[in-house]
Design a protein around this ligand. Structure first.
Ligand code: HAM
Length: 421
């Protein structure tokens, strides 16, 4: 039996790489403009980090973590998201917050044992930012607007932004209580998850994706009315600053997000080009997480987006041109010409040109076929006749024309054609 990749994982094949590179390179450029620096943390961490950081009641911690015991009997978990690790690193390395703030970005694989479907995987990739140390609502607005700036630059169409406030430890109990009062009479109609959440974390009921449950959420009391003074002010300021930046958004009082660390602002960016898994990006403020994880009380806000989902939209709807460097196929005719061509390839590559040769072939026809299959742009043909004259034929496979040149000039000629375009 042949082996395949595990369920919920994907091989990212060379044909898709240009989308990945485009996303990664654009993200780095934009993050740099906003003065974020890259951080790389381990792919596995102590399980306790996520249990404490994300909350035991979350779907991620209760159902979706890849947890295992290592040979030293430590419980480790493949990271399901990036925020908890960044917070751990910020606490562990005080030099990161020496100016009382750290603006960090990260990219890499995350792991969640979810039911795979289009746009939902067990190993997926996130690119995210964490802005640590800034309580000002400008920061929330800037982080959201940065996300949109990045997606505009990537060329992702059909996006919309939803924002909400989930309050803080002062007003959250009031919100939870009002929600319970609203829901209690219909509890018997709601799913098992909602019933469990009713006691443990009623706010998360609003995150239920079950259509039947959602019909019972219409007419929900305005949770913004239950926000404390500070959270209300903060939310109104974020709204005002987003307006001033011209960021289009909707307020969605049901947007509570699936992670317990959020306080005040939560937001999501969805794409109408994706199916059921339409959230490209999610984030929010988490002012209590750093203290909870053992650090000094420090406000923070951030987001992460799913790279696979961004790739899905780009592949279908954008017109990124394949900016791959043109390939030069080097075709010696006959055994005697091979060594000179082998050396020529070395010269071409040292000059920054991409080239390839098929060591197993000596006749021109089959080499031209290979060049065609490899979608080479140019072919250099070097036969006995050319060797005698110290020349080489340059065939332009796109424009279908060819000329002979002195072999010692060919690297410069191609460099002029390709690199100075
Ligand atoms: P999240 O909403 O769980 O937030 O994930 C962020 C994004 O990752 C989602 O919007 C989605 O695009 C992508 N994603 C999540 N799960 C999967 C999956 N199974 N397959 C494919 N893509 C997926 C967080 O992870 C927070 N740490 C974001 C954050 C950063 N909040 C503050 N700072």
């Amino acid at each position: 039996m042949t082996l395949t990749n595990p369920r919920g994982t994907q091989d990212i094949l060379p044909a898709d790489m240009m989308y990945w590179h485009h996303i990664e390179a654009t993200s780095r450029t934009i993050f740099n403009m906003y003065h974020y620096e890259e951080i790389r943390t381990p792919i596995f961490e102590l399980s306790e980090l996520f249990e404490r950081g994300l909350g035991n009641e979350t779907d991620i911690v209760s159902k979706e973590m890849y947890t295992f015991m290592d040979k030293g009997n430590r419980s480790l978990t493949l990271r399901p998201e990036g925020t908890a690790s960044i917070v751990r690193a910020a606490i562990q390395h005080p030099q990161l917050t020496k100016h009382n703030q750290a603006k960090l970005y990260y990219c890499g694989p995350m792991f969640r044992y979810e039911r795979p479907q289009a746009g939902r995987y067990r190993q997926f990739h996130q690119i995210g930012i964490e802005n640590i140390g800034n309580a000002h609502p400008f920061t929330d607005a800037e982080v959201i607007s940065l996300g949109l700036h990045l997606f505009d630059e990537l060329g992702l169409p059909g996006l919309s932004v939803s924002i909400n406030s989930v309050g803080c430890p002062v007003c959250r109990p009031v919100i939870q209580e009002r929600l319970k009062q609203f829901i209690v009479n219909n509890l018997q109609h709601l799913c098992g998850d909602c019933n469990r959440r009713f006691d443990q974390n009623p706010l998360r009921i609003l995150d239920c994706k079950n259509d039947k449950c959602r019909t019972y959420f219409t007419g929900l009391p305005d949770i913004h009315k239950s926000l404390c003074h500070d959270c209300k002010d903060h939310f109104n300021s974020v709204v005002e600053y987003l307006d001033s930046l011209g960021v289009p958004f909707e307020i969605d009082p049901k947007l509570v997000r699936g992670l317990d660390y959020y306080t005040k602002t939560t937001f999501e960016i969805v794409s109408d080009k994706l199916g059921a898994q339409n959230a490209i990006c999610g984030g929010g403020r988490y002012d209590n997480l750093i203290k909870k994880m053992g650090g000094k009380s420090t406000p923070a806000v951030g987001f992460a987006f799913g790279v696979e989902r961004a790739v899905m939209v780009l592949k279908e709807f954008s017109e990124i041109i394949n900016r791959q460097d043109p390939l030069i196929f080097v075709a010696p005719i006959g055994f005697n010409q091979q060594t000179r061509c082998f050396r020529l390839m070395n010269e071409l590559r040292r000059a920054g040109l991409k080239c390839e040769m098929d060591y197993s072939k000596e006749d021109l026809k089959s080499q031209l076929k290979t060049a065609d299959k490899m979608e080479a742009r140019f072919c250099l043909i070097f036969g006995e006749e050319e060797a005698e004259k110290n020349e080489i034929i340059l065939k332009d496979l796109l424009e279908r024309k060819q000329d002979s040149y002195p072999i010692e000039n060919i690297v410069d000629i191609l460099a002029d054609k390709i690199l100075k375009r």
